[in-house]
Design a protein around this ligand. Sequence first.
Ligand code: NAP
Length: 280
Amino acid sequence: MFYAIIGKPIQHTRSPLMQNTALRAVGLTHEYRAVEIDPAYLERDVRKLVTDGCAGFNVTIPHKQAVIPLLSAIDPEAKAIGAVNTVIVKNGSLRGYNTDIDGFRSSLLPHKEQIRGKHALLIGAGGAARTAVYSLVNDFHLTHLTIAARTPDKARVLANTFSERVPISVCSFEEAELLPAVKQAAVIVNSTPIGMHPNTNASPLPATMKFHNEQIVFDLIYTPLQTTLLLRASANGATTVNGLEMLIQQGARAFELFTGKQMPIDIVKEAVLKSLSQSS
Ligand code: NAP
Protein backbone atom coordinates (compact mmCIF):
# COMPACT_ATOMS: atom_id res chain seq x y z
CA MET A 1 0.00 0.00 0.00
CA PHE A 2 1.31 3.47 -0.87
CA TYR A 3 0.24 7.07 -1.53
CA ALA A 4 1.18 9.28 -4.47
CA ILE A 5 0.96 12.59 -6.25
CA ILE A 6 0.18 12.62 -9.97
CA GLY A 7 0.92 15.45 -12.39
CA LYS A 8 3.17 16.61 -15.20
CA PRO A 9 5.76 17.99 -14.60
CA ILE A 10 6.13 16.49 -11.13
CA GLN A 11 9.80 16.89 -10.14
CA HIS A 12 9.38 20.27 -8.37
CA THR A 13 6.53 19.26 -6.06
CA ARG A 14 7.13 19.50 -2.29
CA SER A 15 4.31 17.02 -1.55
CA PRO A 16 6.51 13.88 -1.29
CA LEU A 17 8.79 15.71 1.18
CA MET A 18 5.82 16.91 3.23
CA GLN A 19 3.85 13.67 3.22
CA ASN A 20 6.83 11.34 3.77
CA THR A 21 8.07 13.56 6.62
CA ALA A 22 4.61 13.42 8.20
CA LEU A 23 4.20 9.66 7.65
CA ARG A 24 7.52 8.93 9.39
CA ALA A 25 6.77 11.40 12.20
CA VAL A 26 3.51 9.62 13.08
CA GLY A 27 5.17 6.20 12.86
CA LEU A 28 3.75 4.99 9.52
CA THR A 29 6.01 3.22 7.03
CA HIS A 30 3.96 3.73 3.85
CA GLU A 31 5.67 5.46 0.97
CA TYR A 32 4.35 8.58 -0.83
CA ARG A 33 5.57 8.66 -4.43
CA ALA A 34 5.70 11.27 -7.19
CA VAL A 35 4.21 9.76 -10.35
CA GLU A 36 4.38 11.61 -13.66
CA ILE A 37 1.29 11.01 -15.77
CA ASP A 38 0.82 12.36 -19.27
CA PRO A 39 -2.66 13.83 -19.90
CA ALA A 40 -3.12 11.42 -22.83
CA TYR A 41 -2.83 8.42 -20.45
CA LEU A 42 -4.57 9.78 -17.36
CA GLU A 43 -7.33 7.15 -17.15
CA ARG A 44 -5.04 4.21 -17.95
CA ASP A 45 -2.34 5.30 -15.49
CA VAL A 46 -4.78 6.10 -12.66
CA ARG A 47 -6.29 2.59 -13.06
CA LYS A 48 -2.77 1.14 -12.88
CA LEU A 49 -2.01 3.17 -9.75
CA VAL A 50 -5.11 1.71 -8.09
CA THR A 51 -4.32 -1.91 -9.09
CA ASP A 52 -0.74 -1.41 -7.86
CA GLY A 53 -2.10 -0.66 -4.37
CA CYS A 54 -2.33 3.12 -4.14
CA ALA A 55 -4.66 4.02 -1.24
CA GLY A 56 -4.84 7.73 -2.01
CA PHE A 57 -3.22 10.33 -4.21
CA ASN A 58 -2.86 14.06 -4.67
CA VAL A 59 -3.48 15.61 -8.06
CA THR A 60 -1.59 18.55 -9.49
CA ILE A 61 -1.22 20.40 -12.81
CA PRO A 62 -2.64 19.55 -15.35
CA HIS A 63 -5.08 16.93 -13.99
CA LYS A 64 -7.16 18.71 -11.32
CA GLN A 65 -10.22 19.00 -13.55
CA ALA A 66 -9.55 16.08 -15.90
CA VAL A 67 -9.53 13.57 -13.02
CA ILE A 68 -13.18 14.34 -12.12
CA PRO A 69 -14.82 12.02 -14.72
CA LEU A 70 -12.75 9.11 -13.33
CA LEU A 71 -14.22 9.42 -9.82
CA SER A 72 -17.06 7.37 -8.33
CA ALA A 73 -17.90 10.16 -5.85
CA ILE A 74 -16.92 13.77 -5.22
CA ASP A 75 -17.03 15.90 -2.11
CA PRO A 76 -19.67 18.68 -2.51
CA GLU A 77 -17.13 21.49 -2.06
CA ALA A 78 -14.74 19.99 -4.66
CA LYS A 79 -17.72 19.66 -7.00
CA ALA A 80 -18.69 23.31 -6.49
CA ILE A 81 -15.10 24.45 -7.12
CA GLY A 82 -14.78 22.15 -10.13
CA ALA A 83 -11.30 20.88 -9.22
CA VAL A 84 -9.95 17.92 -7.25
CA ASN A 85 -6.49 17.69 -5.69
CA THR A 86 -6.94 14.68 -3.39
CA VAL A 87 -8.40 11.26 -4.18
CA ILE A 88 -9.10 8.49 -1.67
CA VAL A 89 -9.17 4.94 -2.99
CA LYS A 90 -11.41 2.50 -1.14
CA ASN A 91 -12.26 -0.98 -2.45
CA GLY A 92 -11.33 0.19 -5.94
CA SER A 93 -13.64 3.21 -5.92
CA LEU A 94 -12.31 6.78 -6.08
CA ARG A 95 -13.63 9.72 -4.02
CA GLY A 96 -12.34 13.21 -4.83
CA TYR A 97 -11.74 16.17 -2.52
CA ASN A 98 -10.33 19.67 -2.82
CA THR A 99 -7.91 20.47 0.01
CA ASP A 100 -6.44 23.56 -1.73
CA ILE A 101 -9.54 25.32 -0.43
CA ASP A 102 -8.53 24.50 3.17
CA GLY A 103 -5.10 25.99 2.48
CA PHE A 104 -6.44 29.14 0.84
CA ARG A 105 -9.07 29.66 3.52
CA SER A 106 -6.73 29.24 6.47
CA SER A 107 -4.20 31.65 4.94
CA LEU A 108 -6.73 34.50 4.77
CA LEU A 109 -8.92 33.64 7.75
CA PRO A 110 -6.78 35.65 10.24
CA HIS A 111 -7.67 38.75 8.15
CA LYS A 112 -11.38 38.03 7.74
CA GLU A 113 -12.64 41.08 9.63
CA GLN A 114 -10.38 43.44 7.68
CA ILE A 115 -11.81 42.08 4.41
CA ARG A 116 -15.50 41.92 5.39
CA GLY A 117 -17.74 44.23 3.33
CA LYS A 118 -14.85 45.32 1.09
CA HIS A 119 -13.57 44.85 -2.46
CA ALA A 120 -11.09 42.16 -3.54
CA LEU A 121 -8.80 41.86 -6.56
CA LEU A 122 -7.71 38.46 -7.85
CA ILE A 123 -4.91 38.38 -10.41
CA GLY A 124 -4.99 35.34 -12.70
CA ALA A 125 -7.73 32.99 -13.86
CA GLY A 126 -6.09 29.55 -13.95
CA GLY A 127 -6.53 26.45 -11.78
CA ALA A 128 -5.66 27.97 -8.40
CA ALA A 129 -7.88 30.96 -9.20
CA ARG A 130 -10.95 28.69 -9.20
CA THR A 131 -10.27 27.80 -5.57
CA ALA A 132 -9.46 31.42 -4.72
CA VAL A 133 -12.70 32.76 -6.25
CA TYR A 134 -14.78 30.07 -4.54
CA SER A 135 -13.31 30.91 -1.14
CA LEU A 136 -13.33 34.70 -1.62
CA VAL A 137 -17.05 34.76 -2.51
CA ASN A 138 -18.15 32.16 0.06
CA ASP A 139 -15.95 32.76 3.11
CA PHE A 140 -15.18 36.47 3.31
CA HIS A 141 -18.43 38.50 2.92
CA LEU A 142 -17.02 40.71 0.15
CA THR A 143 -19.08 43.32 -1.63
CA HIS A 144 -17.19 43.06 -4.93
CA LEU A 145 -14.54 40.94 -6.63
CA THR A 146 -12.49 41.92 -9.69
CA ILE A 147 -10.56 39.27 -11.61
CA ALA A 148 -7.63 40.60 -13.66
CA ALA A 149 -6.41 38.24 -16.36
CA ARG A 150 -4.38 38.33 -19.55
CA THR A 151 -7.00 35.99 -21.05
CA PRO A 152 -10.19 37.78 -19.97
CA ASP A 153 -12.41 35.00 -21.43
CA LYS A 154 -11.08 32.64 -18.73
CA ALA A 155 -11.86 35.23 -16.06
CA ARG A 156 -15.37 35.65 -17.50
CA VAL A 157 -15.99 31.90 -17.15
CA LEU A 158 -15.02 32.16 -13.45
CA ALA A 159 -17.17 35.28 -13.03
CA ASN A 160 -20.19 33.56 -14.60
CA THR A 161 -19.71 30.44 -12.46
CA PHE A 162 -19.27 32.11 -9.08
CA SER A 163 -21.12 35.45 -9.18
CA GLU A 164 -24.27 34.28 -7.39
CA ARG A 165 -23.27 35.66 -3.97
CA VAL A 166 -20.92 38.50 -4.89
CA PRO A 167 -20.78 40.66 -8.05
CA ILE A 168 -17.65 39.84 -10.04
CA SER A 169 -16.15 42.02 -12.76
CA VAL A 170 -13.29 41.27 -15.12
CA CYS A 171 -10.40 43.49 -16.19
CA SER A 172 -7.31 43.18 -18.34
CA PHE A 173 -3.69 43.76 -17.32
CA GLU A 174 -3.87 47.29 -18.81
CA GLU A 175 -2.68 49.77 -16.17
CA ALA A 176 -5.73 52.02 -16.65
CA GLU A 177 -8.05 49.09 -15.81
CA LEU A 178 -5.92 47.62 -13.03
CA LEU A 179 -5.22 50.83 -11.12
CA PRO A 180 -8.77 51.51 -9.81
CA ALA A 181 -9.13 47.84 -8.81
CA VAL A 182 -5.81 47.94 -6.90
CA LYS A 183 -6.79 51.19 -5.16
CA GLN A 184 -10.21 49.88 -4.06
CA ALA A 185 -9.17 46.40 -2.97
CA ALA A 186 -8.89 45.52 0.71
CA VAL A 187 -7.34 42.23 -0.37
CA ILE A 188 -5.22 41.52 -3.46
CA VAL A 189 -4.49 37.90 -4.35
CA ASN A 190 -1.90 36.84 -6.93
CA SER A 191 -2.73 33.46 -8.46
CA THR A 192 -0.36 33.76 -11.41
CA PRO A 193 3.20 32.36 -11.43
CA ILE A 194 4.60 35.86 -12.16
CA GLY A 195 7.47 36.41 -9.70
CA MET A 196 8.08 32.71 -9.12
CA HIS A 197 11.60 31.27 -9.14
CA PRO A 198 13.65 31.74 -11.33
CA ASN A 199 11.90 34.97 -12.55
CA THR A 200 11.98 36.52 -9.09
CA ASN A 201 12.31 40.13 -10.31
CA ALA A 202 8.94 39.99 -12.05
CA SER A 203 5.69 41.20 -10.49
CA PRO A 204 2.08 40.91 -11.70
CA LEU A 205 1.60 44.59 -10.76
CA PRO A 206 3.93 47.32 -12.08
CA ALA A 207 6.27 49.12 -9.68
CA THR A 208 4.29 52.33 -10.20
CA MET A 209 1.30 50.89 -8.35
CA LYS A 210 1.24 51.67 -4.66
CA PHE A 211 -0.34 49.78 -1.78
CA HIS A 212 -1.56 51.09 1.57
CA ASN A 213 -1.52 49.95 5.16
CA GLU A 214 -5.12 48.72 5.23
CA GLN A 215 -4.51 46.22 2.43
CA ILE A 216 -3.78 42.50 2.61
CA VAL A 217 -1.62 41.22 -0.25
CA PHE A 218 -1.62 37.42 -0.61
CA ASP A 219 0.76 35.81 -3.11
CA LEU A 220 0.12 32.09 -3.64
CA ILE A 221 3.75 31.64 -4.70
CA TYR A 222 6.09 30.02 -2.13
CA THR A 223 9.32 30.02 -4.19
CA PRO A 224 10.52 32.55 -3.13
CA LEU A 225 8.63 33.17 0.10
CA GLN A 226 9.02 36.92 -0.34
CA THR A 227 8.15 37.75 -3.94
CA THR A 228 8.78 41.15 -5.50
CA LEU A 229 5.02 41.80 -5.16
CA LEU A 230 5.10 41.07 -1.42
CA LEU A 231 8.30 43.07 -0.85
CA ARG A 232 6.76 46.14 -2.53
CA ALA A 233 3.46 45.71 -0.69
CA SER A 234 5.25 45.38 2.62
CA ALA A 235 7.40 48.46 1.90
CA ASN A 236 4.13 50.43 1.44
CA GLY A 237 2.82 49.20 4.81
CA ALA A 238 0.41 46.52 3.54
CA THR A 239 0.03 43.19 5.37
CA THR A 240 1.50 40.35 3.33
CA VAL A 241 0.75 36.63 3.18
CA ASN A 242 2.87 34.15 1.22
CA GLY A 243 1.96 30.72 -0.21
CA LEU A 244 3.61 28.62 2.51
CA GLU A 245 0.59 28.31 4.80
CA MET A 246 -1.62 27.30 1.87
CA LEU A 247 0.90 24.66 0.80
CA ILE A 248 1.16 23.23 4.31
CA GLN A 249 -2.56 23.29 5.11
CA GLN A 250 -3.68 21.65 1.84
CA GLY A 251 -1.16 18.90 2.59
CA ALA A 252 -2.32 18.60 6.19
CA ARG A 253 -5.95 18.08 5.18
CA ALA A 254 -4.89 15.54 2.52
CA PHE A 255 -2.77 13.70 5.13
CA GLU A 256 -5.79 13.54 7.42
CA LEU A 257 -7.91 12.08 4.60
CA PHE A 258 -5.20 9.54 3.75
CA THR A 259 -4.34 8.37 7.26
CA GLY A 260 -7.02 9.62 9.67
CA LYS A 261 -4.18 11.28 11.61
CA GLN A 262 -3.22 14.92 12.20
CA MET A 263 -0.18 16.09 10.27
CA PRO A 264 2.62 17.21 12.62
CA ILE A 265 2.62 20.72 11.15
CA ASP A 266 5.74 22.08 12.87
CA ILE A 267 7.92 19.16 11.77
CA VAL A 268 6.63 19.36 8.19
CA LYS A 269 7.00 23.16 8.02
CA GLU A 270 10.61 22.91 9.20
CA ALA A 271 11.38 20.33 6.49
CA VAL A 272 9.73 22.47 3.79
CA LEU A 273 11.54 25.65 4.90
CA LYS A 274 14.86 23.78 4.86
CA SER A 275 14.16 22.50 1.35
CA LEU A 276 13.07 25.96 0.15
CA SER A 277 16.22 27.58 1.57
CA GLN A 278 18.41 25.01 -0.20
CA SER A 279 16.74 25.57 -3.59
CA SER A 280 16.72 29.38 -3.62
P1 NAP B 1 -2.30 27.81 -13.98
O1 NAP B 1 -3.54 26.99 -13.94
O2 NAP B 1 -1.29 27.58 -15.04
O3 NAP B 1 -2.79 29.35 -14.04
C1 NAP B 1 -1.89 30.40 -14.11
C2 NAP B 1 -2.63 31.72 -14.35
O4 NAP B 1 -1.65 32.74 -14.44
C3 NAP B 1 -3.42 31.78 -15.66
O5 NAP B 1 -4.50 32.64 -15.50
C4 NAP B 1 -2.40 32.38 -16.62
O6 NAP B 1 -2.97 33.08 -17.70
C5 NAP B 1 -1.73 33.38 -15.72
N1 NAP B 1 -0.39 33.71 -16.18
C6 NAP B 1 0.68 32.88 -16.28
N2 NAP B 1 1.76 33.56 -16.72
C7 NAP B 1 1.35 34.83 -16.92
C8 NAP B 1 1.99 36.01 -17.39
N3 NAP B 1 3.29 36.02 -17.72
N4 NAP B 1 1.25 37.15 -17.49
C9 NAP B 1 -0.04 37.15 -17.16
N5 NAP B 1 -0.72 36.06 -16.71
C10 NAP B 1 -0.02 34.93 -16.59
O7 NAP B 1 -1.51 27.71 -12.60
P2 NAP B 1 -2.14 27.54 -11.13
O8 NAP B 1 -2.24 26.11 -10.78
O9 NAP B 1 -3.35 28.38 -11.07
O10 NAP B 1 -0.95 28.14 -10.24
C11 NAP B 1 -0.68 29.52 -10.24
C12 NAP B 1 0.32 29.89 -9.17
O11 NAP B 1 -0.21 29.57 -7.88
C13 NAP B 1 1.65 29.15 -9.26
O12 NAP B 1 2.67 30.04 -8.93
C14 NAP B 1 1.55 28.07 -8.21
O13 NAP B 1 2.81 27.70 -7.68
C15 NAP B 1 0.72 28.78 -7.16
N6 NAP B 1 -0.02 27.84 -6.31
C16 NAP B 1 0.32 27.78 -4.99
C17 NAP B 1 -0.34 26.91 -4.17
C18 NAP B 1 0.04 26.86 -2.71
O14 NAP B 1 -0.28 25.86 -2.06
N7 NAP B 1 0.66 27.88 -2.18
C19 NAP B 1 -1.36 26.09 -4.67
C20 NAP B 1 -1.69 26.17 -6.02
C21 NAP B 1 -1.00 27.07 -6.84
P3 NAP B 1 -3.46 32.32 -19.04
O15 NAP B 1 -4.71 31.60 -18.63
O16 NAP B 1 -3.69 33.40 -19.99
O17 NAP B 1 -2.36 31.37 -19.42
